[in-house]
Design a protein around this ligand. Structure first.
Ligand code: HEM
Length: 195
């Protein structure tokens, strides 16, 4: 059983590492804006494909985190820990919020962007107002990705404390740093990883 538990824990950790899709999407978006041109069919299509397909991957990783998390409880101390251990409860709530935000982006925002892009082909001229129409959706999506990144890092900070707690002040400082880092990823290319 110990081997199975360790395997579950491995899958749990691997899946939330892969849930850092918002980090890499934000980097892709900021790299795209470095090109300087307001619209370029191939660059924009390539970026939108990465974001659109990234959502499917992220759904699978989120689901894997949820299933392995529940199994870790069932195989380990029992499902009751879900409501008596506030860390596990908060992690679960954060995971559902992340699933909800990803669903909003994928099923509400992304189709609006796709609809606008469907009017353009590599050979056609770009409609005058295309960039203006795309902008509000892209800005909202970028802020939501930033918030998701913050929630993912916060869940990791909590995830490390399921059974052995960190000093509360350290936890608060780490969560604050998660916020600073997420904002930094929104605004800059973090060329040197952390900054
Ligand atoms: C965004 C969501 C989540 C993240 C980022 C996350 C992250 C983590 C991390 C980093 C660990 C530490 C592993 C270690 O100390 O070796 C962990 C352990 C654990 N997680 Fe999660 N988790 C998430 C969701 C969940 C959910 C939804 C559940 C259960 C319903 C859950 C149950 C557990 C349990 C029971 C452990 C303890 C394993 C152990 O130390 O033996 N997690 N998680």
């Amino acid at each position: 059983m110990d081997v199975f538990y360790d395997l579950l824990k491995f899958l749990h950790v691997m899946s939330f590492v892969f849930m850092t899709v918002p980090l890499f999407n934000l980097i892709v978006v900021n790299e795209r804006s470095l090109l300087g041109v307001s619209f370029n069919y191939y660059a924009d299509r390539y970026m939108e494909n990465i974001i659109k397909h990234g959502a499917y991957r992220c759904f699978v990783f989120q689901l894997t985190v949820l299933v392995t998390g529940i199994l870790l409880l069932l195989v380990g101390p029992g499902i009751k820990v879900l409501w008596i251990n506030w860390i596990v409860l908060v992690k679960t709530v954060l995971l559902f919020i992340l699933m909800g935000l990803l669903s909003y982006v994928h099923f509400k925002l992304q189709p609006k962007i796709e609809l606008l892009l469907s009017n353009v082909s590599p050979d056609s001229s770009v409609p005058d107002n295309l960039v203006t129409q795309l902008k509000p959706y892209r800005i909202r999506r970028k802020w939501l990705a930033t918030f998701c990144l913050f929630l993912v890092i916060t869940s990791i900070i909590l995830g490390l404390q399921v059974y052995v707690r960190y000093n509360l002040l350290l936890t608060i400082v780490l969560v604050a740093l998660a916020g600073v880092f997420s904002l930094n990823v929104n605004k800059t290319l973090i060329r040197f990883g952390w900054v």
